[in-house]
Ligand binder design. Structure first.
Ligand code: MN
Length: 128
């Protein structure tokens, strides 16, 4: 229980919203505000799931995802991409980079925890 979720998000308002939505459901949150910090933290802390903003300073979320997928330690952690642009091609790009799912901003405060719950459930079925 108390799965560890890493949130990589540079927008303070979105970070606060995601924090509120997930913390009230009992998850332990780790936070990073740029791509490099997110990459380092993901490797060091090995979270159970990652919420990845796509537009990030220093390294964008898709590049972070590609790098995580190339490392055995993080090749299978569920990653949810979040982006401000609801364009069709962006979803494909996120999935091509190795993300498991995609959400567009503004964050749907009901759909996000549902998706997180589903992905964690799927993950535990694979592990056990
Ligand atoms: Mn951003």
């Amino acid at each position: 229980m108390n799965e560890k979720i890493l949130v990589v998000e540079d927008n303070p308002q979105n970070m606060r919203l995601i924090d509120m939505v997930l913390r009230t459901r009992g998850y332990n949150l780790l936070k990073a505000t740029d791509g490099k910090e997110g990459l380092d933290m993901a490797v060091r802390e090995q979270p159970d799931l990652i919420i990845m903003d796509v537009q990030l300073p220093k390294m964008d979320g898709l590049e972070v995802t590609r790098r995580l997928r190339s490392k055995p330690i993080s090749s299978r952690v569920p990653i949810v991409a979040v982006t401000a642009y609801a364009m069709k091609g962006d979803q494909d790009k996120a999935l091509d980079a190795g993300c498991d799912a995609y959400m567009s901003k503004p964050i749907d405060t009901r759909a996000l925890p549902e998706l997180v719950g589903e992905l964690l459930q799927k993950r535990s079925e694979v592990v056990n």
